[in-house]
Design a protein around this ligand. Sequence first.
Ligand code: NAD
Length: 254
Amino acid sequence: MSFEDKTIIITGGAKGIGAGCAEIFYRQNGNVVVLDLDEETGQAFCNDLGDRARFIKCDVSRKQQVKQAIGQVVSAFGGVDVLVNNAGILQYSKVTDTSEEDWDRILDVNVKGAFLCAKYAIPHMVAGGSGIVVNMSSVQAFVTQTNVAPYVTSKSALIGLTRSIAVDYAPEVRSVAICPGGVDTPLNRAAFQQSPNPSKVRQETIDLHLVERMAQPGDIGELVAFVASDKGSFINGQPIRIDGGMGIKIAGSK
Ligand code: NAD
């Protein structure tokens, strides 16, 4: 795989899965642009990556910020080849205890953010003759734990957005949804800390995966890079689970 002369935008790329994706695209010679709220971490991360990496502070749920950030990318690199809509937030709540404000906040970042980035990046892909939008969904779009209603709704919506982009912009632009299981990231570590017994919850999470571990961000990054590369050029409009075999074993079977 080579992303030489390709420009890859990764939202939420300052840490976690997004940073794992950024490292792999960078290693494959791509120009990598991280859009994230966390300026300190994101800037330091891009400085460490090297001179083909740029950080732009951007809240993906804000139209003007997204429009401006993508304009900056195009001015600097001449186009956009890959957009990884990875920025996402999680909150534990069910429908009856989710406030309207929290619902809007989660859907705004996880779904509207992906829509806005796609809206402003796709015209540059079409103009350049090719491109791909990768949306970071979750295995939770298929199997769902309790207490995460707005998150699950948002991750399911991204599969619809993926399908719509694929049918509306073919053949130039492809779109794929990536659906990870548990990944060892700051988001998950913070979620474990919210429980009274973090190490127990962590082990329970590991036990959900047949491979008896959580993914590392690089596991997900390798799949994103493959899908975005020429080698993945026949993959389009689909969600792809990368979940260590979560949820496929019949309970109680040996
Ligand atoms: P993380 O919290 O470790 O990192 C997310 C990054 O997104 C952070 O750097 C944060 O600053 C940034 N971000 C948050 N809101 C933003 C906004 N409005 N605009 C720009 N940047 C913003 O999260 P992660 O675990 O790496 O998850 C990344 C994505 O993968 C999320 O969409 C998440 O839902 C999804 N996912 C994670 C897991 C997992 O187990 N960690 C599993 C399935 C799917």
